[in-house]
Design a protein around this ligand. Structure first.
Ligand code: MN
Length: 208
């Protein structure tokens, strides 16, 4: 029943320095992300046991555990691939045009993304998503690993704002971490997710 697996990073732990240290990357991937994978597998197994026994006394905890850990696994799987040591700097083509269309300009998009990410109260993520109902890009705040986002929007660019993602490097100066993020974005990956989401094939297929 253990069907979730920790994906390999597409680069070395030290590859994103000086923006994100090898120490953070190693802990973040091999400990934190690995724990979400284990937690998601455990939740799936416990839910199977509950169905088998007919005892759903812990159903609320198990559903929350599934949402939290599978959310963590999903978010980090996207985040690693959103990053690269060889950033193209700026989005191009259709993605660039869509950002201009839905946010006014790249600078206005960046300003909202930064504000949403830095404004999170507690742990969470700032992210750019495709809303297939409105057929538009939107920026969202994700609380913890799973809260505060409508279910059917598809993330294309995610920024981990949990303290474990930056504290060893940036201490309490979150703004410097967010500033550094813009130097290591893999816009080719973001564009591929955007194209897939817009075409109605899930961007999540590109996770691993
Ligand atoms: Mn994280």
């Amino acid at each position: 029943m253990s069907n979730y697996v920790l994906p390999e990073l597409p680069y070395d732990y030290a590859a994103l320095e000086p923006h994100i240290s090898a120490t953070i990357m190693e802990l973040h991937h091999s400990k934190h992300h690995a724990a979400y994978v284990a937690g998601a597998n455990t939740a799936i197994e416990k839910l199977a046991e509950a169905r088998e026994s007919g005892d759903f006394a812990n159903i609320n905890r198990l559903q929350k555990d599934l949402a939290f850990h599978l959310g963590g696994h999903t978010n980090h799987s996207i985040f690693w691939r959103n990053l690269t040591p060889d950033s193209q700097g700026r989005p191009t083509g259709d993605l660039s045009a869509a950002i201009d269309e839905f946010f006014g300009s790249f600078e206005k998009f960046q300003a909202q993304f930064n504000a949403a990410s830095l404004g999170l109260q507690g742990s969470g993520w700032g992210f750019l998503a495709w809303d297939g109902i409105g057929k538009r890009l939107i920026i969202e705040q994700l609380y913890d690993q799973q809260g505060n986002a409508p279910v059917a929007t598809i993330p294309v660019l995610m920024l981990d704002m949990w303290e474990h993602a930056f504290y060893l490097d940036y201490k309490n100066v979150k703004a410097d971490y967010v500033k550094a993020f813009w130097n290591i974005i893999n816009w080719d990956d973001v564009a591929a997710r955007f194209d897939a989401a817009r075409a109605g094939t899930s961007g999540l297929l590109l996770v691993s």
